[in-house]
Design a protein around this ligand. Sequence first.
Ligand code: IDP
Length: 136
Amino acid sequence: MTERTLVLVKPDGVERKLVGEVLARIERKGLHLVALELRTVDRETASQHYAEHDGKPFFESLLEFITSGPVLSAVVEGPRAIAAWRQLAGGTDPVEKATPGTIRGDFGLETQFNLVHGSDSPESAAREIKLWWPNL
Ligand code: IDP
């Protein structure tokens, strides 16, 4: 079944010039790029994107981080695209959870600065794609 998911390369990944590396891995996996742009998001969009974390101790610094510079936002499509992209990204904590061979496992050190985002369910994907790409 073909699915769509939201991919972000967070400001740390853009700053470290990992956009090409991330896109290459997505394409090598066989996933299709449907939409792509660099964008610096405002606080309102960022807090809607991370609404489920509102109230957690890291929420404020997460918002500050995600709005600190340009983000690559992409919609990616393919069979089981949501799980496939989460597999490429690796677990949230780049050291304890992400394994080598994943993007976070290969390039990340800190949980907050874990380089990429991927929707975690069909419901999140639908909500996030609508937020980032309302005209798609
Ligand atoms: P995910 O990005 O792997 O789906 P979530 O639990 O949804 O992980 O967390 C969203 C983002 O919030 C993470 O990717 C990371 O940047 C940040 N984050 C999650 N947990 C922590 C934490 O304990 N400290 C600092 N930042 C965190």
